[in-house]
Write a protein that binds this ligand. Structure first.
Ligand SMILES: [Mn+2]
Length: 329
């Protein structure tokens, strides 16, 4: 059976790794958008909820360079176990998450489930998420999932001296995929990247990580850039698409996200991009992340946009399963 015939929503409201509060409400913001539109989208799929540990936020972080990392480890384990179950049962996980630290757990569980398959990751995001406890200016771990996946510490740009316990936690996260690194840099591609620090720029240069900016993608055409990315990952057997809503434009789409960056994609562009990417049968999991309705100055604009993209993405995946092209606007 095609996994796409069995889409499963995996939700994790963890927000302990972002800079601002409220991203745990992002999934609810998408559900609210669906219900206000009178759509039963969320009743169509089995939903697996992964418990968060957001109560740790009621006390200040103890690890300055990896905030709440001790609480993140069990979340990685729980999220990985849930997604592993879905994959094991032949399902396709659509992961709705709070802050983007979860991306590292998702890469780890795919790698662990299919150790012999070459995994490619398409990271649709304004940011590079390549910091480590050694380089982070903030200590917020939603900026670190790809350094976990690539097993890089970037000691060349070390500015912090993490406590041995923090180092041990960090190494445990990097080891979660069973093989280290769980992702090769040539198998990672950024789309929408436009805000990153010198430490991250160094890693992108050093490892020659491919990236496609917004303007270039717009010029070339969203479908063309998606096709190109899929070609660039032609050596990969499996793909994971992680969609951070901050890849989209805060003015044209919505500013309901923790770290909005101007000059992003429109909703239509993001839709075309995701449709083309998700049609590739190698895609085994999809993530939508970082919707924060408490920061949205336009009501629930970002939650509504994210929901529409989620709905279209699910339709694309189902259309692929049935072997027919979905009808989409
Ligand atoms: Mn991100």
């Amino acid at each position: 059976m095609d996994r796409r015939e069995k889409l499963v929503l995996v939700t994790c409201t963890s927000e302990i790794c972002g800079a601002k509060r409220g991203v745990s409400l992002g999934i609810g913001a998408m559900q609210t958008a669906a219900r206000q539109a009178g759509l039963g989208f969320f009743s169509q799929f089995l939903t697996r909820r992964v418990p968060d540990a957001n109560e740790v936020l009621d006390a200040p972080p103890k690890k300055p360079f990896a905030h709440y990392v001790d609480a993140l480890l069990p979340i990685y384990d729980r999220l990985a176990a849930t997604v592993a179950d879905v994959l094991q049962e032949g399902g396709f996980p659509i992961c709705l998450t709070g802050d983007h630290s979860t991306g590292g757990a998702l890469i780890a569980v795919i790698k662990r489930a299919f150790p012999d398959q070459r995994l490619g990751v398409i990271w649709v995001d304004a940011h590079a998420d390549l910091h480590s406890p050694y380089t982070t200016p903030s200590g917020n771990m939603h900026g670190m999932p790809l350094a976990i996946a690539l097993d890089v510490d970037n000691l060349e740009h070390q500015r912090n001296d993490p406590h041995p316990e923090t180092r041990a936690h960090w190494e445990a996260l990097q080891a979660m995929g069973g093989v280290q690194p769980m992702l090769q840099p040539q198998d990672l591609i950024f789309i929408g990247l436009r805000s990153y620090e010198a430490e991250e720029a160094y890693l992108i240069r050093q490892h020659e990580i491919r990236h496609h900016g917004v303007e270039g993608a717009r010029r070339r055409g969203m479908e063309a850039v998606a096709q190109r990315v899929l070609r660039e990952l032609s050596a990969c057997d499996q793909l994971f698409v992680s969609f951070d809503v901050d890849s989209m434009d805060p003015v044209r789409v919505g500013d309901g996200t923790g770290t909005p960056v101007s000059g992003g994609f429109t909703e239509g562009e993001a839709g075309l991009l995701l449709r083309t990417l998700l049609r590739d049968p190698r895609v085994v999991a999809f993530e939508v992340t970082e919707v924060n309705p408490t920061l949205d100055t336009g009501g629930n604009r970002m939650g509504e946009a994210a929901f529409r993209l989620l709905e279209r993405s699910a339709a694309t995946l189902q259309g692929q399963a049935a072997g027919v092209r979905p009808v989409e606007g």
